[in-house]
Design a protein around this ligand. Structure first.
Ligand SMILES: [Zn+2]
Ligand SMILES: [Zn+2]
Length: 147
């Protein structure tokens, strides 16, 4: 996903300040790491990218950023929890999940397809009384490395 680093830092800094928290160096490093990872990543994967970071502070900063909505967790096909910057920052998108290695990647569906998807879901659920507030769509398969 395209992420403007400067704007992202501004946004995160404001969001944290509004919650009475500081944009510490550790949190800045984590946001940079998530931008450079460019896909939903687990804590071990992030540590591989930046081995000098301490695992415990990475977990703590991730939890802090998650609690203010800067980071969201992604559940994949395995037990690893992966994280990415929230859609407010990186934009609305979908995930492919590799059922072999568990890799999760981002992709974007056209606005038009998103709208017809919404319409189709509302139609399908119109008799159930269920109030839709959104939906999830993950695509399962094998990634380029596994196929
Ligand atoms: Zn794979
Ligand atoms: Zn994503």
């Amino acid at each position: 996903m395209d992420t403007n680093t400067h704007e992202t830092h501004q946004f995160v800094s404001t969001r944290l300040r509004e919650s009475g928290q500081l944009y510490t160096k550790g949190r800045q490093e984590l946001v940079e790491l998530l931008i450079s990872a460019d896909r939903p990543s687990s804590i071990p994967e992030l540590l591989d990218l930046r081995p000098r970071l301490s695992q415990s502070s990475l977990y703590r900063n991730m939890a802090d950023l998650e609690s203010v909505g800067i980071v969201q967790r992604i559940s994949g096909a395995d037990d690893l929890t992966r994280y990415e910057l929230s859609e407010t920052i990186i934009g609305h998108h979908r995930h492919t999940i590799c059922t072999e290695c568990g890799a999760v990647d981002d992709f974007v569906v056209s606005q038009r397809t998103e709208r017809s998807l919404e319409t189709a879901l509302e139609k399908a659920l119109s008799d159930t009384g269920f109030q839709t507030t959104g939906h999830r769509l993950d695509v399962l398969g094998t990634c380029v490395n596994c196929s």
